[in-house]
Write a protein that binds this ligand. Structure first.
Ligand code: SAM
Length: 240
């Protein structure tokens, strides 16, 4: 499987860039006439065949697939000091749609453009390996408070806080929301705090912006563990 950009697909076939040619011929050891799957990161897959010209592959047919969760999931993450590579990889595998790295009251270190490029590359690799149809988007970092001040879109919004602050478990809230909404699923947004947790002011501002505080259970999870747990709970609720 190879991820391609939508513009690489032309009426004549797929134009392959240098890294893709290298991957197909050197890593996968494919030759002229061999077939592979091209994914455009926007939900479309094609069965393609290498031609005589290594820069070009012929499209044989489109492949129907459904590997995405039924609604989009936006994960807002206060940047932990370390471990972001793993968080990006795991949450991509679990079906995240958009990752929003936020600077919070207790984390103010802005990641470099190099780090963002690295996370986007990791998301791409993880999406390929998990056979995602969609390549998750990693937004540029923003402060959590600025993000909350953006105009609201119709989303179910949750903020993860530890048990003393949130009486309701995310799993329970999603289950009751699903049973009352029936098949009407709306996109979800979920926020996870940094190592030191959210400040009370941030939680207050989030609640004022329609975020519901939820717990992931009685044990306190590390900031790099909580995203995968939250995504697993959401995926389980949506795929049941
Ligand atoms: N002492 C901090 C506190 O009480 O908020 C612990 C922060 S925890 C290491 C980092 C983040 O992970 C939290 O801000 C929260 O968003 C999330 N988190 C960790 N365990 C959680 C749990 N059991 N329920 C809900 N959120 C949790």
């Amino acid at each position: 499987r190879v991820a391609i950009a939508p513009e690489q697909l032309q009426p004549e076939g797929i134009f392959l860039d240098r890294p893709q040619q290298h991957y197909l011929s050197r890593v996968l050891r494919l030759k002229e006439g061999d077939r592979f799957i091209a994914m455009d990161g926007q939900g479309q897959w094609w069965l393609a065949q290498l031609s005589e010209n290594p820069e070009f592959a012929t499209v044989l047919e489109s492949i129907p697939v459904q590997t995405e969760l039924p609604v989009s999931i936006t994960l807002i993450l206060a940047l932990p000091k370390n471990g972001w590579d793993e968080v990006v990889r795991q949450t991509t595998e679990l079906g995240v749609t958009t990752l929003v790295p936020v600077l919070s009251d207790r984390t103010v270190l802005k990641p470099s453009p190099n780090k963002l490029d690295r996370w986007r590359r990791i998301a791409r690799e993880a999406a390929e390996q998990s056979e995602r149809q969609i390549l998750p988007t990693i937004l540029d970092p923003v402060t959590f408070r600025d993000y909350l001040a953006l105009p609201e879109t119709p989303l179910e919004r949750y903020i993860c806080v530890t048990r003393t602050e949130a009486p309701h478990l995310l799993a329970q809230v999603l289950a009751s929301q699903r049973s009352s909404a029936g098949l009407q699923l709306s996109p979800l947004e979920i926020a996870i705090g940094p190592e030191g947790g959210w400040t009370p002011g941030e939680v207050e501002q989030a609640i004022a912006s329609n975020f519901q505080p939820v717990s992931l259970g009685s044990r306190i999870l590390r900031a790099v563990t909580a995203p995968a747990v939250a995504l697993s709970v959401i995926a389980a609720a949506l795929e049941m």
